[in-house]
Write a protein that binds this ligand. Structure first.
Ligand code: COA
Length: 304
């Protein structure tokens, strides 16, 4: 489709394969599967959920929200929910939001789902973006900690809208509604200034994670695992170097999935748990930078 090579893609991004949803599968379909797996792993019915947060930039449609579609399909009667749009930082913001919902009042369970079907918004004539993204979904159940147990510890989230032009899908909203022109000009696809995003991602992911640790009196030695958003292997390596964190403590799985936007962190965490790299009681930092710009880091004591 474009002039590129496997060598270029592997060298410049670290991506070896991606997963692409079949035409009949939309974001809510993947989100429902992720939700069911999470509920089954915890052994609770969907009716126990207080809220469902679906982090996505590729909802099935603008409204109803994907959260509503998921709520209905899994039978989470009585739950409320909404979609959270923060691009690649979506899941980190979803975790922060869920933690605060859970902390307010009575014991609660909130399902946070990161799900994106990026293949639907790629321009397969743009070699600088079409090689980066894949489709996927993952979910965390956030619930009230047991008496005396630590769970969510702290967060440092920030948005910087001055970077909005560097990464966007220009059309399809109230500014540029769909028309023949917007379709012809591929304005319903991802547009990115890759270099700008790359530099911002490295400096902000490192800075935010470092500040978050510092203000909690922690250093990288105290952390059991660092789970960064998976946008580019070179971004992750540069962030790890700036933080001074050894690669044994950094989860990298971009070679298997590419950049799945809001789904990278739950997919990476699932792999970390399966590989025995994240265990009950471990201290973990989740960090991301995404379109907006959006920036976020969360510090958690992992419980599972
Ligand atoms: N195959 C071959 N060549 C490619 C290519 C591809 N798929 N994509 C870009 N190139 C070319 C460019 O055209 C350019 O050629 P030129 O020098 O003749 O103009 C050259 O490679 C270098 O381009 P550049 O953009 O400087 O490459 P890069 O090393 O920055 O890598 C990205 C490009 C997109 C992989 C990289 O910038 C990136 O990962 N950015 C961040 C993306 C991201 O994280 N997005 C999501 C936000 S969370």
């Amino acid at each position: 489709m474009v002039e590129t090579s496997d060598q270029w893609i592997v060298d410049r991004t670290g991506i070896r394969q991606r997963h692409i949803a079949p035409p009949e599968m939309a974001t809510s379909d993947m989100a429902v599967e992720a939700a069911k797996i999470a509920l089954e792993a915890r052994g609770i019915p969907a009716t126990d959920l207080h809220a469902i947060i679906v982090c996505t930039v590729t909802p099935d449609m603008m409204f109803p929200s994907t959260a509503c579609l998921v709520q209905d399909r899994i039978g989470a009667k009585g739950a409320f929910g909404f979609d959270l749009v923060a691009a690649c930082s979506g899941f980190v913001y979803g975790l922060t939001t869920a933690a605060h919902l859970v902390a307010s009042g009575e014991p609660k369970k909130v399902l946070v789902i990161g799900a994106d079907t990026m293949s639907r918004i790629l321009n397969y004539e743009d070699r600088s973006t079409c090689i980066l993204f894949g489709d996927g979904a993952g979910a965390f159940l956030v619930e009230t900690a047991e008496e005396g147990q630590e769970g969510f510890i702290d967060y440092l989230n920030e948005i910087d809208g001055s970077g909005g032009d560097a990464l966007k899908m220009p059309a399809g909203g109230s500014r540029l509604p769909a028309s023949h022109e917007t379709v012809d000009q591929k304005l319903h696809c991802v547009h990115q200034e890759g270099n700008h995003v790359f530099k911002y991602a490295v400096s902000k992911m490192a800075e935010t994670s470092r500040l978050l640790l510092e203000r909690n009196g922690l250093s990288v030695e105290d952390i059991d695992l660092f789970v960064p958003h998976q946008a580019n292997r070179r971004i992750i390596l540069a962030v790890a170097e700036r933080l001074g964190i050894p690669l044994e403590k950094v989860l990298i799985n971009i070679h298997e999935y590419g950049n799945t936007t809001a789904a990278t962190i739950p997919l990476a965490t699932r792999d970390a748990v399966a590989q025995g790299r994240l265990k009950n009681g471990d201290l973990v930092v989740f960090a991301a930078v995404g379109a907006g710009y959006t920036v976020g880091a969360n510090l958690w004591r992992w419980r599972f």
